[in-house]
Design a protein around this ligand. Sequence first.
Ligand SMILES: [Zn+2]
Length: 158
Amino acid sequence: MAARKQFKVAVTKDSLVFASAHFITFPGHRCETLHGHNSRTRLVVEGGLDPEAYYVLDFSELKQLMKRLTDEIDHKVLLPLQNPKLQIREEGDTVTVAVGGKPRYVFPKADCALLPIPNTTVEMLAEYLAGRVSRALAPPEPLELQAIEVEVEENCDQ
Ligand SMILES: [Zn+2]
């Protein structure tokens, strides 16, 4: 039996950019202060062709999906809920952040993106976005995706 052909489709666009504030924690007790980046995302999916449409996935749907996901974290403070060094508490309309038990920030909740990741590094942001893409494209979408890759590049305006 012949192997099915696989195709790679990349979505990368100037609109798939988000500006966000964050700080990451390092090994030990070191923690950055709050600062911002402009970041660009790139999505690559690999899979077999839809036998009727001759595409892997509808490209405009993929673009819309990525736009939706980047809009969710655009102009937000990105906070990692799974970081054991941070204590992040939601109280009404505010989010308080303590580092190593010491209060450090209070943000309006509407300005925060609380993410199920351990640190807001580009690696974890990429993994988080890839997970969201993967769930969004899960069955009943009738396709055989072999791979989903997401890249996040910081400081893309520099
Ligand atoms: Zn940074």
